[in-house]
Design a protein around this ligand. Structure first.
Ligand code: IPE
Ligand code: IPE
Ligand code: MG
Length: 242
């Protein structure tokens, strides 16, 4: 369905900050957790739409390291929702040929969740239609610090020389190792900030902000963004092509 002509921008990776679940619920006089529940349903619709559109990588911000600061009630509800999806999603991922990966600070998550995540990753590792990367307990600064520590460790052991440290080596130390940088970043709910998401990886990504709250986001809006991305000019610091 989504075929690129040679002049069009390449599009293999979309990253999304799925924001606005709480406000969606509040507008309806519902508890925030119901907003998260509705948001999780939209995740499914968007995964399928992305796959249909030929997107190879979809990276979704599900829970940030800063989100641990929310009330225990909200955090527990989010973790329970996550548990439920981790348990039920394997068949669907297999049917759609989707490989799942998780990025983030796993040590902060409950052991049963970490175990389910590892199992899903292992069982879907061979799927190659699309990679769904879920940022969970994810913080980009923490990821960068973690990468710096790994690089320092390699240098200390004498496995690399200081001169070997370049962008490629550093990228390979990030949780997103092997995943190309996003072409598109979408943030829903009207906020225009990064909130500690993929700071390294978004260096040349095209940003799209929409006022739509995540539970109201849908395939049509995704396709509109993809369409508008096609006419963006990605210059990477060069002068406009004549
Ligand atoms: C995004 O929705 C989901 C998570 C951060 C887990 P929010 O919960 O941030 O919703 P708002 O921003 O309060 O509306
Ligand atoms: C970012 O949204 C994190 C996720 C969508 C998972 P937040 O709602 O946590 O971000 P801030 O607090 O508005 O920056
Ligand atoms: Mg929010």
């Amino acid at each position: 369905m989504f075929v690129l002509s040679s002049e069009e921008n390449k599009l293999e990776h979309i990253a999304i900050i799925m924001d606005g679940n709480g406000r969606w619920a509040k507008k309806r006089g519902l508890p925030r957790t119901l907003g998260h529940r509705k948001g999780a349903e939209v995740v499914k619709e968007i995964c399928q739409a992305a796959e249909k559109a030929g997107i190879k990588y979809l990276t979704l911000y599900a829970f940030s390291t800063e989100n641990w600061k929310r009330s225990a009630e909200e955090v527990n509800a989010l973790m329970d929702l996550l548990r439920q999806y981790l348990k039920s999603d394997l068949k669907e991922l297999q049917d759609h040929g989707v490989c799942i990966r998780f990025i983030g600070e796993r040590h902060m998550l409950a052991p049963d969740i970490v175990e389910s995540m590892a199992k899903l990753e292992e069982e879907t590792a061979q799927n190659d239609k699309m990679t769904l990367c879920v940022a969970l307990s994810y913080g980009s600064r923490q990821e960068i610090v973690h990468a710096a520590r790994r690089v320092a460790e390699l240098a200390k052991r004498g496995d690399i020389n200081i001169e070997d440290i370049d962008e490629k080596l550093f990228s390979d130390m990030l949780y997103t190792q092997g995943i190309p940088d996003p072409d598109i970043l979408i943030r829903t709910s009207g906020e225009q900030r990064i909130s500690n998401y993929l700071l390294w990886q978004l260096a040349y990504t095209e940003f799209f902000f929409t006022d739509t709250l995540w539970p109201d986001f849908n395939e049509k809006l995704l396709l509109e963004i993809i369409d508008s991305y096609k006419s963006r000019e990605r210059r990477y610091g060069k002068v406009k092509a004549q």
